[in-house]
Design a protein around this ligand. Structure first.
Ligand SMILES: Nc1ncnc2c1ncn2[C@@H]1O[C@H](COP(=O)(O)OP(=O)(O)OP(=O)(O)O)[C@@H](O)[C@H]1O
Length: 345
C-alpha cells in the first residue's frame, strides 16, 4: 500500500507544485496518474522516489516512511521502487543482458547470482533470445522490455512507470501494457503509471488519479472516475470524436454509458430508445470495453425540446447519466481537447 497524506511541495522560487495531495494506492494494483503539462506529475515522481524533499505531509510504502529517510535508509527505500522511463537510456556499449545486470553490479551482487537473475529477468520480459544484442540491434519495444527488466532487477515492490509508452506506436504500446499487467499478476507488484495518454489508463489501470494544478481532483476505481462527469479531465478518459457542424443553439443530450444495471451495452441503449419511440438520433459516440464492461459517451440529437425532455426522463430512469448540452459547449470542449493534443505532441 502506497499512501500520501497532505503532501505539499513548494519549490525554492515559491511555485507550489503539489498541494494537499492525498493518495492511497492498493498493493498489487495498477494505478494511473494523469495530468496535463505542468500539473505536477514529474514533481510527484521525484517526491515518491525521494529525489525531491517534500515541504510537508508524508509518503509511505508498505508502512515505511519515504519522506524522512536519509543515507543508507533512503537508498534501501529507493530500492523498493523500480523506475521505467519514456526514453529507456540503455548503455549503448553493453548488451541487453549487461544492461539488465548493471544495477546488480552496482549493488555488489556476486557474478553467479547476477547471471541467474539476468536469465530469469530476460525470460520474464520475453527477451531470452536477445540477451547478446546491443541496444542498436533492438526495436523500441524491445528496448523498453530491457528497461523494464532492469527496473525489476532489485526485486522492487513498486514499479513506477513515467510515460512508459509515449515513444511507442500503438501496437507496441499494447504489447508493453500487456507485459506490465502480466508482471503485476506474476510478481504481485504495485504499478504506478504516470501518463498523459488516456488510452493507456483505459487499457491497463485498475484505478486512476487525476492531477490538476498540483491537486488530486479525483481518485478511485477507474469506472467510478469515468462516471464522474463534473471534471473535464475525467470526461477525456472517454473522449468523443468530433461532432459534425451543428446549428447555433442546437441542443444535444450527452449520455454516459456506465454503471447502469438496465443498460449494460450499446444494444440495450438502442432498444430503450426504440421501445419509447424517442425522436433522437446518435450524432457522435465513443464506446470502449473497460474491465470487461462496455463504457461510452454519446451525443444524441433530439428532434425538438419536447423529445429532449422525454429522452432525458427515460435515460435517467434507466440509471444512465444524461444531460443537455449545446452546440457551443460541444465546440468549446472539442477545441480544448484539440489544444491539449497539440500540447502533448
Ligand atoms: N525545479 C523546479 N523549480 C521550480 N519550479 C519547478 C521545478 N520543477 C517544476 N517546477 C514547476 O512546478 C510545476 C509542476 O511541474 P512538473 O514538472 O512537476 O509538471 P508535469 O506535470 O510533470 O509537467 P510535464 O508533463 O510538462 O512534464 C510547474 O509549474 C513547474 O514550472
Amino acid at each position: 500500500m502506497i499512501e500520501l497524506k497532505d503532501v505539499r511541495k513548494v519549490y525554492p522560487g515559491g511555485v507550489t507544485a503539489l498541494d494537499s495531495v492525498n493518495l492511497s494506492i492498493g498493493a498489487g494494483s495498477i494505478h494511473g496518474i494523469v495530468g496535463r503539462s505542468g500539473a505536477g506529475k514529474s514533481t510527484l515522481i521525484r517526491c515518491l522516489t525521494g529525489l525531491e524533499k517534500i515541504t510537508s505531509g508524508s509518503i509511505s510504502i508498505d508502512g515505511k516512511s519515504m519522506d524522512g529517510a536519509t543515507g543508507a535508509e533512503l537508498m534501501k527505500a529507493r530500492r523498493a521502487i523500480g523506475m521505467v522511463f519514456q526514453h529507456v537510456n540503455l548503455l549503448d556499449s553493453r548488451t541487453a543482458a549487461k544492461n539488465i545486470a548493471h544495477p546488480l553490479e552496482i549493488a555488489g551482487v556476486p557474478r553467479s547470482q547476477r547471471r541467474a537473475r539476468v536469465k530469469e529477468l530476460l525470460e520474464l520480459v520475453g527477451l531470452s533470445d536477445r540477451a547478446d544484442n546491443y541496444p542498436s540491434q533492438l526495436s523500441g519495444g524491445q528496448k523498453q522490455r530491457v528497461g523494464i527488466a532492469r527496473a525489476l532487477a532489485a526485486e522492487p515492490r513498486v514499479l513506477l512507470c513515467d510515460e512508459p509508452t509515449s515513444a511507442l506506436d500503438s501496437a507496441t504500446t499494447r504489447q508493453i501494457l500487456q507485459l506490465i499487467r502480466s508482471l503485476r499478476d506474476r510478481l504481485g507488484i504495485t504499478v504506478i503509471i504516470i501518463t498523459h495518454e488516456m488510452s493507456v489508463v483505459r487499457e491497463v489501470c485498475d484505478s486512476v488519479s487525476l492531477l490538476e494544478n498540483g491537486r488530486v481532483s479525483r481518485s478511485g476505481d477507474l469506472l467510478e472516475v469515468i462516471s464522474d462527469t463534473s471534471s473535464p479531465l475525467s470526461k477525456e478518459l472517454i473522449s468523443l470524436p468530433p461532432t459534425a457542424a451543428l446549428e447555433p443553439g442546437q441542443q444535444l443530450i450527452e449520455v454516459l454509458l456506465a454503471e447502469s444495471d438496465q443498460v449494460r451495452h450499446i444494444g440495450d441503449l438502442f432498444a430503450l430508445l426504440s421501445e419509447h419511440a424517442l425522436d433522437v438520433r446518435v450524432e457522435a459516440g465513443s464506446i470502449e470495453t473497460i474491465q470487461g464492461k462496455q463504457v461510452g459517451r454519446l451525443h444524441l440529437r433530439p428532434a425538438d425540446p419536447l423529445s429532449a425532455q422525454r429522452a432525458l426522463d427515460v435515460l435517467s430512469t434507466a440509471g444512465l447519466h444524461a444531460e443537455i448540452t449545446t452546440a457551443e459547449e460541444v465546440a468549446a470542449e472539442q477545441a480544448a481537447a484539440e489544444a491539449q493534443e497539440e500540447e502533448n505532441r
